[in-house]
Design a binder for this molecule. Structure first.
Ligand SMILES: *Cc1c(COP(=O)(O)O)cnc(C)c1O
Length: 451
């Protein structure tokens, strides 16, 4: 192991230097991938020298998501304390299903879940778990909602048509999950959004009424805390009231921006989320832990057990349900996604996490001010969103973003809202500074001048 750790250290050092010198790589043409890099696997193993060379080249040719010029998705940067936790989790290689094999890591997971529930404003009997991504935490919420609406769904299968509500700006995992869970994609109703991209609650009420009149069975509504493109926040308090009135399970998809629970300043954006039946957020987005670190909190832990507990004599042999986390998870063997979040939280405290959140909103406001002040930009965003959406001059967003990628200048993506397509700058890397935002615009403008 020692030699491989030395090799790790040496490749990591090369990577850090490379990220500074060349934050964005020109992509390898996928047609030439196998000729440019040694990815081949064969009958006999390679000698150490070839192995090290192939591995280093592979790492150094992989897109640099931790660099200062990566704005392409809703994650980025590299938090050192979180990375340390992740590396140790890999070294320990526990599985989180039982206390017998996970030991104190069970406590690490529970501490994170309980402190998160407290910050959200959930009662003491709340609980939760970790799942492999925000799509899967949404899936878990949808399954609990289904099982609550139809107690026999787990044993007999579904009866009748269940229908659910979410905004047209919500995440694509929702229709996918609807297919997985047997209610069908067509039973997802996409409620209209207002001009900022937040759910129009009057349209929600209307749609529920129409469904009830048509004899359908509404069972769930999902509000989004940070829509994927516009970064908008649905009005959680109003959705909670409608959910209560219509006996719907209310889930908050906070995969992107649910981490505002850590910020005194921005928590108000999700006011009312504490009334939801379940709430999910991704620490690998705003809080900068390595992928993936996704949590779901459930107001009443009974529903977690109802939907996910299954007896298994060969597995659960000691310590009781509260410490055998497999009783409430989607998976069987489950990696330790909690430790990387714990090392980060332990070192900076809830206050430090709140400062990371605040910092991202400050950077977003800085970028928004810039595009609003410069007449060459058309702006589509509003304050309090981490996605700054704009077009530059009359250049099509897709052409601009794709050329910037092809030429190895910037990693930036485009999005769509209503009939507009635009560049979407995401300020989700709390390690970035105002200078990095300035540099972003300067690269983009210089590049556009040459286009
Ligand atoms: C990113 C995102 C998801 C999906 O999370 P993954 O961890 O990528 O599966 C779900 N909902 C919203 C609003 C998101 O932004």
């Amino acid at each position: 192991m020692k030699n491989d750790l030395d090799l790790f250290r040496s490749i990591a050092d090369s990577l850090f230097q490379a990220e500074e010198k060349e934050p964005v790589l020109k992509p390898i043409d996928p047609k030439k991938l196998f000729s440019e890099l040694d990815l081949s696997l064969s009958e006999s193993g390679s000698n150490e020298e070839d192995f090290e060379k192939a591995l280093s080249e592979l790492v150094l040719n992989t897109p640099r998501t931790a660099s200062r010029k990566f704005f392409n998705q809703l994650f980025g940067g590299r938090n050192s304390k979180a990375t340390l936790g992740e590396l140790l989790a890999v070294l320990l290689n526990n599985s989180m299903y039982t206390y017998k094999v996970a030991g104190p890591m069970v406590g690490v997971e529970k501490e994170i879940l309980h402190r998160s529930a407290e910050l959200l404003g959930y009662p003491a009997q709340a609980d939760g778990t970790f799942a492999p991504g925000g799509s899967m935490t949404n899936f878990m919420a949808m399954l609990m909602a289904r099982d609550k609406a139809q107690e026999k769904a787990r044993t007999e299968g579904l009866s009748g048509k269940l229908c659910m509500y979410t905004s047209k700006e919500s995440h694509y995992s929702i229709p996918k999950n609807a297919a997985f869970m047997g209610i069908g994609r067509n039973q997802v109703r996409y409620v209209a959004s207002d001009e900022k991209g937040a759910m129009d609650v009057n349209a929600l009420t209307e749609t529920i009424k129409e469904d009830k009149a048509a004899g359908h069975h509404p069972f769930m509504v999902i509000g989004t805390a940070g829509t994927t493109v516009m970064g908008a926040f649905d009005p959680m308090g109003e959705i909670a009231a409608i959910a209560e009135e219509n006996d719907l399970w209310f889930h908050v998809d906070g995969a992107y921006c649910g981490s505002v629970i850590f910020s005194e300043k921005y928590k108000h954006l999700i006011a009312g989320a504490e009334l939801a039946d379940s709430f999910s957020y991704n620490a690998h987005k705003m809080l900068g832990t390595p992928l993936s670190c996704s949590l779901i909190l459930v107001r009443e832990k009974k529903y977690l057990y109802d939907s996910f507990a299954n007896d298994a004599d060969y597995l659960y042999q000691t310590d009781g349900d509260d410490y055998n986390l497999g009783k409430t998870s989607l998976q069987c063997g489950r990696r330790n996604d909690a430790l990387k979040f714990w090392t980060l939280w332990k070192s900076v405290g809830s206050k430090g996490l709140g400062e990371m959140v605040d910092r991202q909103f400050e950077l977003a406001q800085y970028a928004l001010d810039y595009v609003e002040k410069h007449p060459d930009y058309t702006v589509y965003s509003y304050p309090n969103s981490l996605g700054i959406c704009f077009n530059y001059k009359d250049i099509a967003a897709d052409a601009l973003c794709n050329s910037l990628y092809d030429q190895g200048e910037l990693m930036i993506g485009f999005g769509k809202f209503n009939d507009d397509e635009f560049v979407r700058l995401v300020t989700v890397n709390a390690g970035n500074t105002e200078e990095d935002i300035d540099a972003f615009f300067s690269v983009l403008e210089n590049f556009a001048a040459k286009m």
